[in-house]
Design a protein around this ligand. Structure first.
Ligand SMILES: [Mg+2]
Length: 382
């Protein structure tokens, strides 16, 4: 298989996080008169620069700042912590209003944030939503968006406690979610141990398959006009996974009941490959993944076949699945419901950073897996 990123998402596998700027300069930000395009350093490079400017927080109550899926800070002396995360969904960048129903958008805006809290093994509690509203939007449309917000509040048992509204050129939905946990229960990207099994909840690649169908459908509609009668029934699962992905709150609740706590965890927003790299880097370990073990739904496979593409590329680099990638001691694997997750590999010693995450293809060949993933600052990204 070609272990590159999906072509419609991004131009080259080299331009993602930590990609080399190729400018010859060791510090692309050196000198205030220098202009470094953000696409040169990528989204993760930009975040690293922000952290450099701020420095580490000078506050002992901050357990974990800008480094994980959510920030963690102590709220009392009895071991309770709050977790906070914020994600924006912007029209034209994260969604296309021609095929994103307002209700789904409201649901998704909370789901993607709840997913980050869940990825820290914490319980989401409160949400704050800021809307940037373009002039042509009506009260009714905002109401429909908030129907989706309400559905998410019910699904995840959280409360919207505030926010802001402002005018904007394109629709923007920016949500912040606050969660709670005992400090000892929080799971970070760091913590993976050699010998751990690498696991993933549910199935992966479906969201990207759904996006492919929706984009192709939009194109056909633009070409054929009113005569076009789409039949999206065979793709209803993957479309739903793209438009209204559920966060995996139930999974961590089941694990707590079974007395299981993963050693490390992250949610899959940018694709299995990118998230595996994040855990590997934060934990200082390597990973061996196996292509035949990737959990992929029949509908996702059918979609890839329809487009003549490699379904493993969808699973590894598609992203927006909002499943959980986690590592677990082998002795704990049998304690979890086997229907709820798949073992896709194991944690290994890190001998060579160039072979940080290895991927054994179905044909038996073992190749280094690049992080890939969708970088919002890629110039050619959709
Ligand atoms: Mg995340």
């Amino acid at each position: 298989m070609d272990v590159n990123r999906p072509s419609s998402h991004s131009p080259s596998p080299e331009s993602g996080s930590g990609g080399s700027p190729g400018s010859g300069s060791t510090d692309p930000f050196a000198g205030s008169d220098q202009h470094t395009a953000i696409s040169e350093v990528g989204e993760f490079g930009l975040i690293a620069h922000m952290r450099d400017v701020l420095g580490e927080p000078d506050d002992a109550s901050v357990v974990s700042g800008i480094s994980d899926d959510a920030a963690v800070y102590r709220i009392d002396e009895r071991g309770r912590v709050h977790l906070a995360t914020s994600d924006a969904l912007l029209e034209g960048i994260h969604f296309d209003r021609t095929f994103m129903p307002m209700e789904h958008l409201g649901f998704k805006a909370l789901s993607v944030n709840v997913s980050d809290i869940v990825a820290m093994n914490a319980t989401p509690r409160y949400a704050i939503i800021t809307l940037g509203i373009p002039q042509q939007m009506s009260v009714e449309m905002v109401g429909t968006l908030y129907e989706g917000v309400k559905q998410a509040c019910e699904a995840y048992d959280i409360s919207v406690v505030g926010g802001d509204t402002t005018g904007a050129r394109g629709l923007q939905v920016n949500a912040t979610v606050i969660g709670e946990a005992n400090e000892e229960d929080v799971v970070y990207r760091q913590g993976a141990r050699v010998g751990d099994k690498v696991c993933v909840t549910g199935d992966v690649g479906a969201s990207y398959a759904g996006l492919k169908v929706l984009v192709a459908n939009r194109k056909q509609m633009q070409e054929a006009g009113d005569d076009f009668q789409p039949n999206l029934d065979p793709f209803s699962y993957v479309i739903r996974r793209h438009l209204a992905p559920p966060a995996q709150l139930k999974a961590i609740q089941d694990w707590a009941e079974a007395g299981v706590r993963p050693n490390s965890m992250i949610d899959i927003s940018d694709g299995v490959a990118s998230e595996a790299h994040h855990i590997s880097e934060a934990s200082g370990v390597g990973m061996q993944l196996y292509e035949p073990a990737l959990p992929i739904s029949v509908e996702t496979r059918n979609t890839a076949t329809e487009f003549g593409e490699d379904v493993s590329v969808y699973a590894l680099f598609g992203g927006e699945d909002y499943e959980l990638l986690f590592t677990l001691p082998e002795s704990k694997v049998d304690d979890l419901d086997p229907q709820s997750f798949s073992v896709i590999g194991e944690v290994t010693d890190l001998d060579d950073p160039a072979e940080r995450v290895m991927f054994q293809q179905a044909d038996g060949e073992n190749v280094p897996l690049q992080p890939g993933g969708f970088d919002h600052f890629d110039e050619e990204a959709e």
